[in-house]
Design a protein around this ligand. Structure first.
Ligand code: CAA
Length: 284
């Protein structure tokens, strides 16, 4: 089973990052967006990020131009019929994902594989919106996608082993990512370990025990983490962190997964982190 033609649903931070790594690896990528202005924004997001590599001497101008040309953003889901692998990176809203997977199932050729980049919704639930659940799996990338080496491959109870093998092969040997296999339970490997730590940092701040700056400086300087936990939440988005914590708590009902009130209130207030200009810190 060869994976060559890629579809990406959503051209936001994760979708654009996924499109970028696939295009740089030589795949033709079609990205779905929902509005004309978002089409242009997604195209520019990918082009800008790839071009940044040229000024840093990581990629030649010629290779960058070729990679940018391999990405096309469209409003028409009908164009996804010939895709070998479609990776959904839409907002973490269950009903929206079911709708997308139902439509993809109608449109994408029967042998096409459907993957979700979800970090909080059970993959079997989106698979259930299709008539090909054995060809549906999770393909979980990390932010920033062009930099983070890992992809978690999530097989549901019904994912066919050869489908997981084909997607693992693509992630490893074409995208040159590190892969790990995980079962279909909330948080997979990374978020099940990371989210309690991030929530604990918010609780520490909320209790007034230490400042945001000191919590972050402590974990950077004391543990060698590249970013402190509150900066990391600002980077991944507080809404994404909250959705992941809610999903873990719903699954396991263990108190260390319960989202802290401050995290909920900041999301209610629209302080989602870098993407809205303000989270635990302010961004210009
Ligand atoms: N896109 C592309 N490249 C980027 C980038 C981006 N958004 N952000 C940083 N980079 C590149 C920089 O260009 C730089 O490349 P060079 O070394 O070749 O110059 C490199 O990454 C390092 O960047 P900086 O020197 O600017 O800053 P840094 O040393 O702090 O590194 C970082 C930035 C790689 C993001 C690092 O801070 C880091 O690893 N942070 C932790 C990220 C993390 O934990 N991600 C997982 C989040 S959890 C998740 O995503 C899952 C979920 O479901 C919630």
């Amino acid at each position: 089973m060869t994976v060559k033609l890629i579809g990406v649903i959503g051209g936001g931070t994760m979708g654009a990052g996924i499109a970028e790594v696939c295009a740089k690896a030589g795949s033709e990528v079609l990205v779905l967006e929902t509005k004309q202005e978002l089409v242009e924004a997604a195209q520019q997001r990918v082009a800008k990020s790839i071009s940044r590599g040229v000024s840093k001497g990581k990629i030649s101008q010629e290779d960058a131009d070729a990679a940018i040309a391999r990405v096309r953003v469209t409003l028409d889901l009908g164009e996804f019929a010939d895709r070998d692998l479609v990776i959904e990176a839409a907002p973490e809203i269950e009903a929206l994902k079911y709708d997308i997977f139902g439509k993809l199932d109608e449109i994408v050729k029967p042998e096409g594989i459907l993957a979700s980049n979800t970090s909080s919704i059970p993959v079997i639930k989106v698979a259930g919106a299709t008539r090909r659940p054995e060809r549906v799996l999770g393909m979980h990338f990390f932010n920033p996608v062009p930099v983070m080496p890992l992809v978690e491959i999530i097989s549901t109870l019904v994912t066919a082993p050869e489908i997981a093998a084909a997607v693992t092969d693509y992630a490893k040997n074409t995208l040159h990512k590190t892969t790990v296999q995980a079962g279909d339970r909330s948080g997979f490997i990374v978020n099940a370990l990371l989210i309690p730590y991030l929530c604990q940092a918010v609780r520490m701040l909320e209790s007034g025990y230490a400042s945001a700056e000191d919590i972050d400086a402590a974990m950077k300087g004391g543990c060698g983490y590249p970013m402190g936990p509150l900066t990391l939440l600002d980077t991944v988005g507080l809404d994404i962190g909250l959705a992941a914590a809610e999903s873990l708590y719903a699954e396991f009902a263990e108190s260390h997964y319960a989202p802290p009130a401050l995290l909920r209130r900041m999301v209610d207030a629209g302080r989602l982190g870098r993407k809205t200009g303000r989270g635990f810190y302010e961004y210009a």
